[in-house]
Design a protein around this ligand. Sequence first.
Ligand code: SIN
Ligand code: MN
Length: 223
Amino acid sequence: MSGELFPRPPRPRAEIAPGAVHVPDWLPEERQRELVDVCRDWARGPVPIRHTVLPNGGVMSVQTVCVGWHWQPYRYTRTAGDVNGARVAEFPDWLLRLGRAALTEAYGDPAAGAAYTPDTALINFYDGDARMGMHQDKDEKSEAPVVSLSVGDRCVFRFGGTENRGRPYTDVELSSGDLFVFGGPSRFAYHGVPKVYPGTADPATGMRGGRLNITLRETGLPG
Ligand code: SIN
Ligand code: MN
């Protein structure tokens, strides 16, 4: 992080569970800024960012916009019938390449990286009060890993088991630029974000506040 009087010491990478890897500070600051810019564009449209409404009428506290495929509980479609009916933005080639590089880095396995073909990104924005309850990412028909990139405020990322949303779990602090990958035996692990630390973002990332998280996934859906 730039401009800090007392820079935070480097944090080691860690395997949180089999197939679940945290790589701190993976994204250079310039790349974080580019991601913030492009996410700001996607938030404007063609499908504007919104608080997802759950089938029980509950409203998620995070705001979400998708590219490639639109996620709504609990399926993927090309058009956002629950927002404005528009087709979501195309999944860009550079994001595919970023996903492959992320997987190669996390698993130290270029072949796994080359085989990874994410076709959707869920972009979540958390203001200081937003949270995400423990859940599994299980609407994808592919078992390929999920790649998660974070920019902006720090948060607690809670990573549990595959059986239920309760203990045991591990709390990991995710900071701006961090990469987290969960695949293999951890692909269907419960996870959530119980806390965001407002005001902890470095303004150099271009975030005025809040936390941005981008998850790349393979939907496993045809073309
Ligand atoms: C998610 O589970 O989809 C988002 C996780 C995060 O915000 O870090
Ligand atoms: Mn998730």
